[in-house]
Ligand binder design. Structure first.
Ligand code: SF4
Length: 460
């Protein structure tokens, strides 16, 4: 099995240090329009063929405490009674969505947040029962049922309960194990509690366990992060995601509580990132792409080797062919060539569902051009390779003519040996892989406005 290697070239990383989308969708959510109506969504649901398999994303927005770095859509509250109305409406939404669908086979379920485990086990069980009543969920290991877990909001005994409900994949936020860094971001979480939960999860059959880390947080240095990585490697998760902290206090209010003076300098941040890449590769992790690493025997690494890796709102996935439905506030779905997003505020969410309406906020219907560009961008981001003949055959276009402007824009990247273009293919070299977002941005038809670029996080 081959593992993708990365090559570190600091000059090039500095040269191409711009902001860019993470491409969990194309067009990105910034292009979604609020002219997309509930009736568009209903038509879209009703047009999904009966034999299509489905994937369901469930968003739980509640968290007990605020993490200062957080940019997610969440509701911070210690009052658990606030979840009652949310769960009632979530159940309503699942029933309503399923009533518009002929397709019923659900092959992938993902709970994200916020903090899904903020709900009680009883509430989670009620939602899972609703899902099983409304859909056919095959009872085998190929059905992925995953949950994002906050170790601070889950009793170790609940792991067994989650396994009994059918959960078999888990992702856990860690960010950093250094006590001072944890204090500066208001997220105190011991190594022991994290390790014990993961060991317990393995005992109960959870696979592809993922840990999330963040670099660029206050008080982090290469040395402190090296100690964190040592602990992570000791736990030995199947997957590791290492996100770049984007400090945007003007956009995300909680980040105003982070002291800018305590943030690592750009030079230190790059040194931390270089260390992460080196350490994880030395420890046997394969680079999957963007911020993701996985053990060679993990499903993601296998899918990448078999050219079967795909991308959706949860990041990299092994299942693109499924139609993705999002439920809960701000949840995004991708189905039948359209994107759909729910309203962001819980009050609007309750109001619409209590009137028997779907909580549509906005969406996008993909044009033919969007479809081609999505294919190009997702092939590059998942495989670091684009088969031009395949694109020409699939869409009946002449690539060189259709993308003449883009091919000119790729010239500096070719000269810097980030990629090679042969006429039949585009291949991303080892030192271009960390700059994959820049390469994909060339094919993004919506990125002409500098203003839009500023809305995204830095690529490194
Ligand atoms: S990082 Fe996660 S746990 Fe922390 S506030 Fe954000 S959503 Fe909640």
């Amino acid at each position: 099995m081959q593992s993708l290697k990365l090559e570190w070239d600091e000059n090039l990383l500095n040269k191409y240090d711009v902001s860019g989308p993470r491409y969990t969708s194309y067009p990105t959510a910034l292009e979604f329009s609020d002219e997309y109506m509930q009736s568009d969504y209903i038509t879209c649901l009703e047009n999904i063929a009966q034999d299509k398999s489905l994937s369901l994303y469930i968003h739980i927005p509640f968290c007990q405490n605020i993490c200062y770095y957080c940019a997610c859509n969440k509701v911070i509250t210690k009052d658990k009674s606030k979840t009652i109305q949310y769960v009632e409406n979530l159940v309503r939404e699942i029933q309503l969505v399923s009533s518009h669908l002929k397709a019923k086979t659900l092959k992938q379920i993902h709970w994200g947040g916020g903090t899904p485990t903020y709900l009680s086990m009883k509430q989670i069980a009620l939602i899972m029962d609703t899902i099983r009543t409304c859909f056919d969920v095959p009872d085998d290991v190929s059905t992925e049922v995953s949950i994002e877990v906050d170790p601070r909001a889950l009793a170790i005994t609940d792991i067994k309960v989650l396994a009994q409900m059918g959960f078999n994949r888990m992702s856990m936020g860690v960010q950093d194990f250094d006590p001072k860094v944890q204090q500066s971001i208001n997220r105190i979480q011991s190594f022991e509690i994290t390790r014990d939960l993961i060991n317990e999860a393995r005992k109960h059959g959870f696979r592809s366990i993922n840990l999330d880390l963040i670099y660029g947080l206050p008080l982090q240095t290469r040395e402190t992060f090296a100690a964190t990585l040592d602990k992570v490697i000791q736990i030995s998760p199947d997957r590791i995601s290492v996100f770049n902290y984007a400090h945007l206090p003007h956009r995300f209010k909680p980040q105003r509580r982070i002291k800018s003076a305590e943030l690592p300098t750009p030079v230190e941040k790059l040194a931390i990132f270089a260390y992460i890449i080196d350490k994880l590769q030395q420890s046997g992790y394969c680079y999957i792409g963007m911020d993701h690493f996985a053990k060679p025997d993990d499903e993601l690494a296998i899918a990448q080797n078999n050219q079967q890796l795909h991308r959706n709102f949860q990041g990299y996935t092994t299942h693109e062919e499924y139609e993705l439905i999002g439920v809960g506030v701000s949840a995004i779905g991708s189905l039948n060539g359209q994107y759909h997003q729910n309203v962001r505020e819980v009050d609007s969410y309750y109001h619409l569902l209590e009137q028997g309406q779907l909580p549509t906020w906005r969406g996008a219907s993909m044009t033919f051009d969007d479809t081609i560009r999505k294919n190009v961008i997702f092939d590059l981001i998942c495989h670091f390779y684009l088969d031009i003949n395949q694109i020409e055959t699939r869409y009946h276009i002449n690539f060189k003519t259709y993308f003449s402007r883009e091919l000119k824009m790729l010239q500096p990247l070719i000269e810097d040996k980030l990629i090679t273009y042969s006429g039949d293919s585009i291949q991303v070299f080892a030192k271009g892989r960390l700059l994959i977002r820049n390469i994909c941005m060339t094919f993004d038809a919506y990125l002409n406005e500098l203003q839009e670029i500023r809305c995204f996080s830095k690529v490194i």
